[in-house]
Design a protein around this ligand. Structure first.
Ligand code: WA2
Length: 270
């Protein structure tokens, strides 16, 4: 019974994640077609904001989506002049100010070869507009892996901006030209024009999912990132030291570099 309940919950979480992953992929194609593929572009912040808000039901578990542009240093001045703002750095000396994510508190991005400033965002993550996503460790790793692979890639769990919870980010690269299916990583990097990303506030979203199910009070669920076998990261649930009956269900979020598991136990009745 424990195994059945756990597999059912793991299956629901995996299916809902997969549904939203497919829709985020479709958003990347939409930006490619209507922003980069049309001159002048048919997408601006208003259109992106409106479309992503009204299609949010298609992306269960996501807390917001955003689009960051690939900007080379040689184009930075033009880019900043055109947008009327400077590219911001995700990290400052003061962690608290970064977490609050008030643009005036963020420093300009230091000189780099290239940047990934957010130009369009769903209302729910509007606080990341103008921030260089390559200036955050997890976001940067995702961007580099997404554009070289052409696949949707996931970060390890980390504390998202303006959130007190651990979350993960899913990233798809947007390419400016049609690539052959066997394109090399170098060809992919060269053809990259931007990055479409979705953030997942895992605790609140898994809570929402589990509350849809009956008998949730009899079962305790934990979700772990088990990529590093010797250091599991809790993504959902409080850490339990329990020797009772345990069932582990596998979770596949579609990124072969990341491993996830759901652990289920019965609640101890007093
Ligand atoms: N989105 C929302 N909150 C965040 C975050 C993020 N990244 N990083 C830290 N807190 C635009 O992969 C490109 C979204 C990054 C995409």
């Amino acid at each position: 019974m424990l195994a059945t309940m756990c597999d059912e919950r793991a299956g629901m979480l995996q299916d809902q994640f997969n549904v939203s992953l497919n829709h985020v992929h479709a958003l990347a194609i939409l930006v490619s077609t209507f922003h980069h593929g049309k001159h002048p572009s048919a997408v601006d912040q208003n259109i992106f904001g409106e479309y992503t808000e009204s299609s949010a039901f298609e992306r269960p578990l996501t807390s917001g989506v955003a689009y960051a542009l690939k900007v080379l240093h040689s184009d930075r001045m033009n880019f900043e002049k055109q947008h009327g703002w400077t590219v911001k750095k995700m990290e400052t000396e003061n962690e608290a100010l970064v977490q609050d994510c008030i643009p005036e508190n963020l420093d300009p991005a230091p000189i780099q070869d290239e940047y990934a400033p957010v130009i369009f965002a769903q209302e729910t993550v509007s606080h990341i507009v103008s921030i260089d996503m390559m200036s955050g460790k997890e976001d940067r790793e995702n961007i580099l892996r997404a554009r070289a692979s052409g696949k949707g890639v996931l970060t390890s769990p980390f504390k998202l901006l303006k959130s007190n919870h651990l979350g993960v980010v899913l990233t798809f690269a947007v390419y400016g030209s049609k690539l052959p299916p066997d394109a090399t990583p170098e060809q992919r990097i060269e053809a990259t024009v931007g990055y479409l990303g979705a953030s997942y506030d895992v605790p609140s979203l898994v809570d929402k999912l589990l509350h849809q199910l009956a008998s949730k009070q009899t079962i305790v669920v934990n979700v772990y990132d088990t990529t590093n076998a010797s250091a599991h990261i809790t993504m959902y649930g409080t850490d339990v030291v329990d020797t009772g009956l345990l069932h582990v269900s596998g979770l596949d979020f579609g990124d072969p570099l990341r491993k996830h598991e759901m652990h289920c136990r019965f609640t101890h009745m007093p």
